[in-house]
Ligand binder design. Sequence first.
Ligand code: TRP
Length: 363
Amino acid sequence: MRLKTPDCQATIGIGRIDAVTGSMQTKRTLTGITTTGTPHLGNYVGAIKPAILASQDPSSETFYFLADYHALVKCEDPERVVQSTLEIAATWLALGLDVERSVFYRQSDVPQIPELTWFLSCVTAKGLMNRAHAYKAAVAENEAVNEDPDLGINLGLFSYPVLMAADILMFNAAIVPVGRDQLQHLEMARDIAQRFNHRYGEYFVLPEGQVDDHVATLPGTDGRKMSKSYDNTIPLWLPEKALRKAIMRIKTNSLEPGEPKDPDDSALFSIYAAFASDEARQSMRQAYRDGIAWGEAKQQVFELINAELAEPRARYEALIAKPDEVEAILQAGAERARGLAEPFMASLREAVGIRSLSSYIIK
Ligand code: TRP
């Protein structure tokens, strides 16, 4: 019917979007976490905590998932992928993600996602992928040392943005909270969605990336942004003693106790500020001006962070010890995700001409 009456394509298409996104009031929010590492304090402050808070907003509809297919692009160590999957899942659960409200699942449990990836690949210009920052950076690195430009670059890296677009478009998410480095992927997802919509009808909502500038980027132990690639992270779930030790190792300067210190030029202060109430932050500012000793300032950072993490840490440890429970929670989430993905995927198959022949008549 859609094919014969192009005028109603849009309406039918939009109707389908409604069926997938639910009411128009709730903006569906979705984000993925690549399962290659151990969660650190920077992930917690910059991504996990705000995401869990956002999921508590009664008008929100949130989808959070473990991007284990994405993990394979850069990690060929199976042990690490599975361990990271457990650690990240247990982290979100320990920190209070309500899996009744949020749809929490593992990407690889939703086979409609790789299927959609293929559909999208077939409307994606290769030239668009050529422009992806991550791919271009890898090529540039090779060229800089006069190597074959494609050395060590797999197709997974090249088409990474298509898989990411499928993650988002599969659930017609409107808002995608990401780090600034991921914004180009969101533009690409919009571009790909538009091409599909243009060719087959209005199936996809055009997603928007959301970069939260209010959320501080947490400095690492060396003062640069806390990041696995700088090897300056503090793992989120260090046992108390190890956490204290890691905090004691945060780089400071050589100012002596009693000498005034500049809170605005101190990674330690920024870390404190990320966890403190306004009031505590103000009094720590004053303490810096009054010449607090670095050792004392570090002790206070430790106490603050430890107070916030002690309870969830106990929950985390209990979850890690019962991977079957974590698995069951992920399976329940995947079932909900597939319940939405499969009917939508069925309409997309229909749209592209992958259809049952049983009632087909040659035109
Ligand atoms: N590429 C994202 C990152 O590295 C992770 C990710 C995969 C993602 N799929 C996604 C984020 C879909 C948002 C939406 O951070």
